[in-house]
Design a protein around this ligand. Structure first.
Ligand code: ZN
Ligand code: ZN
Length: 268
């Protein structure tokens, strides 16, 4: 079935055909246009720099005319007076096979990349945010935490106090709820990230590893969620910091969209 967006392209340009061959010719024309060339060159350069497969030109499809992100479904708006050399959307492709996946806003593109660019990586973020982890999180339930705080009224450690102050400053700057200090619990003793379960590798020794975990909390309620590695923390934040936002990325990667399907060549 020809997709909504390509059909729109075709009708805009006054053509009579919507066959696969015609649509393919439209895509090929876009690939050799100056904008198409620039975007594809950039994607190929990035792939070489990061050591992943370059985008496979034969699978690429036209960017949507309404600048709607294929993941969050938000329409990207041009900033007033912005000099825009490139499209508002970024080309997303499978970094293992090179196959085209869709056109994403910068937040979704970076967020999915940080969550390991894979269904498994994004799935663990959804499980973490929904508290449905198949692995065990070492935390007390909210009620147990309240009881624990009554039994342990002593002030938090100097390090935690410093961290909290920094988090409160960030929350004020970005307009979030500040973290609720009473809900914060100590991290997993071996330094692993509560989302991907990996132990951050960049630090040397346990002390550095512990420093490199980030306090994660719900930006609406201020409630503590866990301790994350840098990529998981940033990836979840970019995917709107909610389970629903990260779930959109999962639908997108699995191609089981609850929204209207976008592309006519989804199977590679
Ligand atoms: Zn998006
Ligand atoms: Zn992680």
């Amino acid at each position: 079935m020809p997709c909504r967006r390509l059909a729109m392209t075709v009708s805009n340009e006054g053509s009579s055909g919507t066959s696969d061959a015609f649509l393919r010719a439209q895509v090929d024309a876009w690939i050799s246009s100056p904008r198409g060339k620039r975007l594809l060159d950039q994607a190929a350069r990035n792939a070489t720099r990061h050591g992943c497969a370059p985008p496979d030109f034969a699978t690429i499809q036209l960017p949507p005319h309404d600048d709607r992100c294929d993941c969050c479904q938000e329409i990207q708006v041009r900033r007033e007076g912005a000099k825009r050399a490139h499209g508002l959307l970024q080309l997303d492709h499978d970094h293992l096979t090179g196959a085209f996946r869709g056109w994403l806003c910068s937040k979704c593109n970076r967020g999915i990349g940080l969550l390991r660019d894979s269904v498994a990586g994004v799935q663990s973020a959804v499980d973490y945010l929904r508290h449905e982890c198949p692995w065990l999180l070492p935390y007390r339930s909210p009620d147990e935490q309240k009881a624990w705080c009554v039994e342990h009224p002593e002030p938090p450690s100097p390090r935690l106090q410093k961290l909290l102050q920094a988090a409160v400053r960030n929350a004020k700057r970005l307009g979030y709820a500040p973290p609720d200090g009473a809900t914060i619990q100590p991290a997993h003793p071996d330094g692993r990230c509560d989302c991907c379960q990996q132990i951050p590798k960049s630090g040397r020794g346990l002390k550095r590893q512990l420093v490199e975990r980030y306090l994660d909390y719900d930006h609406k309620t201020g409630a503590f969620r866990g301790w994350l590695c840098n990529p998981c923390n940033r990836g979840i934040g970019l995917l709107r910091d909610t389970a629903a936002g990260v779930e959109n990325a999962l639908h997108y990667l699995r191609r089981d969209y609850p929204w209207e399907s976008t592309y006519p060549y989804p199977e590679q």
